[in-house]
Design a protein around this ligand. Structure first.
Ligand SMILES: *Cc1c(COP(=O)(O)O)cnc(C)c1O
Length: 357
């Protein structure tokens, strides 16, 4: 797809002086350095208005701002890459625009038209194009955000909202294998709940359980179903995938699992490679049995940040199970390579996934 046919009336107010010369591109802490500009649109109760690019700056918010009290807010996460010949490619932004609207519907917020999302993104990336790192493995993390702006402490949906796209240059993701603990007490999401929405509350509620696992020496959790704590769900910022007997297995998406774009991309690439894929319920007992029998060959998380995060240890009921060495994991290593090559324009984009700026 191309973004060139997306033309909307977007006003532009540029920074007087770019912060770019101050940035050390060899040391980019994740998510702390923001580019010069943001894209903004405001919803006035009827329509999205005042589409604009403006300097990244502090905003003033009323203490009565509804988001601060009731959490009516959603976000997205995606990345832009600079290719060897300095083209800008964005990985499947149309999918993020669609998913943001699924989150919006669940949180009773207005949908943002896909053409505003994509045209705003394109304009912003053109203006801040020099912020996209060129060093191997680095990229520009893009964070779209929508939140309520009514000033009212009564419990009711906001009438007005703001949509923002901000960007942050990020260094090469150090793909360190992770240790995960199967969570069998706390619950992330339930059927009928908000687990499939990228909304603040899901992440706020995960902080205590995750912190407790970190204190036990793990990096992250494997969330299990809220009813019985018997089935694998996801990792809270990544979807989970396993290779058992040569088959790629992952939980089917539903109310309680976020429909990851990396997840669906990994599935598609696997299928195109002729690998058998099963989207189904995966019991923790099946997983542990596969580890014990030696049929579990690979385990990894799939998400925008790392693309693929290898899992080397799974903790369950006080026992730590070690998984096969990362070098032996043919399937996930091959899928990872194909996705990275695609994002940096090193191989042809046969699926039409990359938006060229
Ligand atoms: C964002 C997210 C993911 C991964 O989704 P991607 O689109 O692949 O980045 C998985 N789980 C949760 C809860 C998330 O918020």
């Amino acid at each position: 797809m191309t973004a060139t046919d997306l033309a909307l009336d977007i006003s532009v107010r540029r920074v007087a002086q770019s912060r770019l010369p101050e940035i050390d591109f060899n040391h980019l802490p994740f998510g702390r350095i923001m580019t010069d500009h943001i894209f903004v649109a405001d919803y006035n109760g009827k329509e999205w208005t005042d589409l604009r690019i403006e300097p990244f700056a502090k905003m003033s918010i009323s203490p009565a701002n509804l988001t601060l009290h009731y959490g009516q807010t959603i976000f997205e996460g995606l990345k832009a890459y600079k290719t060897g010949n300095h083209e800008i490619l964005v990985f499947r932004p149309d999918q993020n625009a669609k998913r943001m609207n699924k989150s919006a519907v669940r949180m009773y917020m207005p949908e943002i038209p896909e053409e505003i999302f994509l045209a705003g993104l394109k304009e912003l990336l053109e203006i801040d194009r020099n912020w996209i790192p060129t060093t191997q493995g680095s990229s520009l993390y893009i964070r779209p955000l929508m939140f309520a702006t009514d000033e009212y402490v009564g419990l009711q949906p906001s009438q007005t909202y703001r949509f923002i796209i901000m960007c942050s240059p990020v260094g090469a993701y150090y793909n360190k294998p992770v240790k995960v603990k199967v969570e069998t007490h706390f619950t992330r999401a339930v059927e009928g709940g908000i687990g499939y929405a990228k909304t603040a509350g899901n992440y706020a509620a995960s902080m205590l359980p995750t912190q407790l696992a970190i204190e036990e020496g793990y990096d992250q959790l494997i969330w299990t179903d809220g009813k019985e704590h018997k089935y694998v769900e996801e990792a809270g910022s990544m979807n989970l995938m396993f290779v058992i007997n040569g088959k790629l297995i992952t939980a089917s998406t539903g109310d309680s699992i976020l429909d990851g774009i990396t997840r669906k991309s990994v599935i598609q690439v696997a299928k195109d490679m002729g690998i058998e894929v099963e989207e189904r319920k995966l019991a923790i007992s099946e997983l542990i049995e596969a580890i014990q029998k030696g049929t579990l060959q690979e385990a990894f998380g799939a998400g925008t940040a790392a693309t693929i995060a290898q899992i080397i240890q799974i903790g369950y009921e006080g026992i730590r199970y070690e998984l096969p060495p990362v070098e032996t994991r043919k399937i996930s290593n091959a899928i990872y390579k194909e996705l990275e090559d695609l994002k940096y324009g090193r191989i042809p984009d046969q699926r039409g996934w990359m938006m060229k700026i």
